[in-house]
Design a protein around this ligand. Structure first.
Ligand code: ADE
Length: 240
C-alpha cells in the first residue's frame, strides 16, 4: 500500500516513518510512504503557500494553487484524497480498515487558519478529523492515520505484535495485562492468570473487558456482540 502525505513540513515525518513498526514495514516494502513538500508546487515567486483571507480576519489561508497542482501530480487512479481538518468526520477503527483496503491514500496536511475552499472542492474526497481538538497542523493527525492504517496492512505486524484475540474483545476495551514478576510493590497478579486453566483465563479476561468498557465507555456496549448472560451481568452492574 502507498501512503502520501502532502505537507509544508515534510521532515516532521522523518523519525516516525523510519523507526519501529512503520520503519520496518517500509523497509520490507509492505508500506510505501512519502512526505511530499508542497512548497515547490507554488507558482509564486517566493514559493509561498499562504495568503491573507478575503473578507479579513486573523491568520493566513493556504493557497489553492499549490495544493491542487500537487494533488494532480501525485494522484493515482482510485486513490483516496483526504484532507486532515478539525471540520472532518471523526477517524475511527472502521475508517482505518477502509483505508487499509486502498492501493493509495493521500493525506493533505492543513496549516494556518485553513485551506482555500476551492482546493477542497476541486481535489479532496473527504475531510477527516482525529478528534474534537485543534492541532497546529495536520501532520500529527496524518501520522495517527498512517500508524492506524499501516498496522492493518497484512504482514506489517509480526506474530508477537498482533493480538490473537482482537476479535475476542472486538468492540470492547482491552482487559488488563500482567507480566513478571508475580508480585510488584505488594501488588499481586490475579491468581486465575497463573493456574494455566485456559478456559478460566478466557472467561476472566472477557469479564474484565466488559467491566472496563461498562465503567469507561458504556455507550460502546450498545453495539458490542454480547451473550444473553453477559447482558444480564451488565444489567446487574447497572442496578448496583
Ligand atoms: N488539524 C487541526 N486539528 C485537527 C484535527 N483535530 N484532526 C485533523 N486535522 C487537524
Amino acid at each position: 500500500m502507498r501512503i502520501t502525505a502532502l505537507t509544508i513540513f515534510p521532515h516532521i515525518f522523518d523519525s516516525f516513518a523510519n523507526e519501529s513498526i512503520i520503519g520496518r514495514a517500509r523497509r520490507q516494502g509492505l508500506i510505501e510512504f512519502e512526505a511530499v513538500d508542497l512548497r515547490p508546487y507554488s507558482d509564486r515567486k517566493h514559493k509561498n503557500t499562504d495568503d491573507d483571507p478575503f473578507g479579513g480576519g486573523a491568520g493566513m489561508v493556504m493557497l489553492a494553487q499549490p495544493v491542487v497542482d500537487a494533488m494532480e501530480a501525485l494522484a493515482t487512479p482510485g486513490c483516496r484524497r483526504v484532507y486532515l481538518s478539525p471540520r472532518g468526520q471523526t477517524f475511527t477503527q472502521k475508517k482505518a480498515e477502509e483505508y487499509a483496503g486502498l492501493d493509495h491514500l493521500i493525506l493533505l496536511c492543513g496549516h494556518y487558519e485553513g485551506l482555500d475552499q476551492r482546493a477542497i472542492d476541486l481535489c479532496v474526497d473527504e475531510e477527516l478529523s482525529i478528534g474534537d481538538y485543534v492541532l497546529t497542523g495536520g501532520e500529527t493527525a496524518a501520522m495517527v492515520v498512517l500508524d492506524a492504517v499501516s498496522r492493518l496492512v497484512p504482514g506489517v505486524l509480526g506474530n508477537d505484535e498482533s493480538p490473537e484475540d482482537e476479535s475476542f474483545t472486538s468492540g470492547l476495551l482491552e482487559y488488563p495485562q500482567y507480566t513478571r514478576p508475580r508480585e510488584y510493590r505488594g501488588l499481586e497478579v490475579p491468581e486465575v492468570l497463573l493456574n494455566g486453566n485456559h478456559a478460566e483465563i478466557l472467561k476472566w479476561r472477557r469479564a474484565q473487558a466488559l467491566r472496563v468498557t461498562f465503567e469507561r465507555r458504556p455507550e460502546m456496549l450498545a453495539s458490542a456482540q454480547l451473550t444473553p448472560k453477559e447482558r444480564a451481568m451488565i444489567e446487574g452492574w447497572r442496578a448496583e
